[in-house]
Design a protein around this ligand. Structure first.
Ligand SMILES: [Zn+2]
Length: 85
């Protein structure tokens, strides 16, 4: 599992940074990141009632940002079980 990128407490940029391997994945993950921010009480504003934070969508956003930058392996791809998307 890729580790979340460290932005030094800053919000990740909307546009893919230099060296981004997958700008589309970056933009999708960045949008998800923006939509799943904690509110004043620390719980996700989009996933109420919340159980945990970061919520699943925010964790996927963090994973997507890291994957777009190629900073870590996403691990083995799941076997295709006959899905045709
Ligand atoms: Zn959320």
């Amino acid at each position: 599992m890729p580790e979340p990128l460290d932005f030094g407490g800053q919000t990740p940029p909307i546009d893919p940074p230099t060296g981004c391997n997958s700008p589309l994945v970056w933009r999708l993950a960045r949008r998800l990141y923006a939509d799943h921010q904690p509110g004043p009480d620390g719980w996700c504003l989009s996933c109420r009632p919340a159980i945990v934070y970061p919520c699943m969508a925010r964790r996927l956003a963090d994973l997507g940002l890291a994957t777009a930058m190629g900073s870590a392996s996403a691990g083995p791809r799941p076997a295709n079980k006959g899905h045709h998307w």
